[in-house]
Design a protein around this ligand. Structure first.
Ligand SMILES: Cc1ncc(COP(=O)(O)OP(=O)(O)O)c(N)n1
Ligand SMILES: Cc1ncsc1CCOP(=O)(O)O
Ligand SMILES: [Mg+2]
Length: 207
């Protein structure tokens, strides 16, 4: 599975980026809009939610548990500085998807205990899309975390994120992760739809 993380650049706004990702075959969009006001967030969430429903895609919000019901989103992605996953679970119930960010196996264990549905694990490498990055994991970092998850019988989908390019997908998948999250490689490509098609082909069904 591929999760497209929204971002805006000189060429595309948030809605346009999500639309291109969906046209390219992506079926999981995360609306990430750092620093946006509530009005700006809602203005993007409405059309992106509609587009996701039209394409049968999953729609999650970054950070904002309080806006999940209102936007009709399927869930939320939470990091270390956001609401804890167990608290979000009490608010949202068992039918919503809650993802959590991990940089270490300790993070994975905590998120598993708190009831996360999937882990966003990164960063794979340096990226300008996010500020204040955690330590870079690289392939070795993923191998290590996946190995510890297996040893502790933790069976959760694990999505690699951070600076991932199409050429990385084969080796990242070989570490045992289940999916890929991407933003810049799609939005900075000459043809974002074609690039997403390439990602979808490389990640395949298992991802
Ligand atoms: C799939 C996925 N993984 C990790 C993150 C990062 O979340 P967080 O640590 O809360 O940082 P911000 O994205 O909020 O800046 C993510 N958004 N998605
Ligand atoms: C949200 C987030 N969390 C860790 S890296 C990252 C950004 C992912 O975007 P890109 O694919 O452009 O590096
Ligand atoms: Mg966050």
């Amino acid at each position: 599975m591929i999760q497209f993380i929204t971002h805006a650049n000189a060429r595309y706004g948030y809605v346009e980026g999500a639309q291109l990702a969906l046209e390219g075959g992506c079926r999981w969009i995360q609306l990430r809009m750092k620093g946006a006001t509530e009005a700006e967030f809602m203005e993007a969430a409405k059309p992106i939610g509609d587009l996701c429903r039209k394409h049968g895609a999953t729609f999650v919000l970054d950070d904002h548990v309080e806006w999940v019901e209102r936007t009709g989103a399927d869930g939320v992605h939470l990091g270390k500085n956001d609401m804890p996953v167990d608290e979000a679970r009490r608010i949202l119930g068992n039918d919503k998807i809650i993802g959590g960010t991990a940089n270490t196996f300790d993070d994975v264990e905590r998120l598993h205990r708190q009831g996360a549905n999937y882990i966003g694990c990164g960063p794979f490498r340096f990226t300008t899309t996010k500020k204040n990055l955690s330590p870079i994991l690289g392939l070795e970092g993923y191998r290590h975390i996946v190995e510890q998850m297996r040893a502790h019988h933790i069976d959760l989908p694990i999505v690699a994120i951070g600076g991932i390019l199409a050429d990385d997908i084969t080796s990242v998948k070989q570490t045992g992760v289940t999916g890929i999250a991407v933003s810049g490689a799609i939005l900075n490509a000459n043809d974002p739809v074609e690039e997403m098609q390439r990602f979808v082909g490389l990640v395949g069904d298992r991802g």
